[in-house]
Design a protein around this ligand. Sequence first.
Ligand code: ZN
Ligand code: ZN
Length: 417
Amino acid sequence: MGKLNLNSYKEDTVVWRGSLKVSSRPVITLTLSSDARDDAHTTVFSSPFPQHRTIRVWLKRDSGQYWPSIYHTMSSPCSAMAYHHDSRRIFVGQDNGAIMEFHISEDFNKMNFVKTYPAHQNRVSAITFCLTSEWVISTGHDKCISWMCTRSGSMLGRHYFTSWASCLQYDYETRYAFVGDYSGQITLLKLEQNTCSIITTLKGHEGSITSLWWDPVQRLLFSGASDHSIIMWDIGGRKGRTLLLQGHHDKVQAICYIQLTRQLVSCSADGGIAVWNMDISREEAPQWLESDSCQKCEQPFFWNIKQMWDTKTLGLRQHHCRKCGQAVCGKCSTKRSSYPIMGFEFQVRVCDSCFESIKDEDRTSLATFHEGKHNISHMSMDISRGLMVTCGSDRIVKIWDMTPVVGCSLATGFSSR
Ligand SMILES: [Zn+2]
Ligand SMILES: [Zn+2]
């Protein structure tokens, strides 16, 4: 951590005015939104802590300070949020399973209640609004995805999973929904008006899925999980190619792919912020091979009773080389190395022959690591301006200027308006 120069950051913080007691269950969601017509407006929507049950809209004033312009109290704790900037509609999911829709006034000083959607029977975990189809799509802890019509307010369809649905991405053009769940599985569904079909399930994580990001241009899906890792699923490539990215030492809490610069930004519960270079040809990590004996020295593993008996040797513990995937014993894999081209940004176990094959230049990092200095639970990016907002269990919202890290192509591409 901390390989990057933090001085290049301009950090601005917004401190919550509420209780200082840290919630036992911090449920916070936020969206960073910029008004394209007026660069002075930066809006941070936040639905903070369960006991507060409030939505606040923070506006950047002429003084440069952020100030809450709206402070709305909800009937049930907030758990998810979707904001549609062009129509200024905001959808707030709650612990009781309902989604409430509001309309925000043009000056961001008022919020008018529109509708309540009985979307779930338990906590809403993610929401997406599609203006063209007038659908509000959501996932919840009642183990389901539901889609409802925003004109009539009625339920259109619902699909149940075997565990809590934790995150959602939606492709507006094809009506494909990606749902991550607590079992570590991602389900790809095609939503129809009143029904849906399962296209495939993606299995690769060893912990619950905490975040998903869909890039409709390159047709890449990124998933972050509680197993500390990120997987890039090449959906468009159709060859089932997956890339593993391991650089965090705690749960990956939020991810955002910047298509223009081909960088992936990821935030972790330990405060780590990583910016991954995805503009290079990375290699897939190998499948771990199965063997009853070490694939280097041929000594039996401890469950291989027959060979242990025949050769009168003691069984050994099985390990795997991260680079070649071979099943090896401890003696044949004493070395550790990073191997960024396969996504291993920190040192992992490799067999002795793979260690010999890794040159110094192969260890050059393909990501930059930054210190967020709080336990990040949510993140949102305004890609057009290179701004990132994080909020942590410390109840602080931090706004980050990412332009020194995500490259100047962002600035030249968009921000001159
Ligand atoms: Zn061995
Ligand atoms: Zn190896």
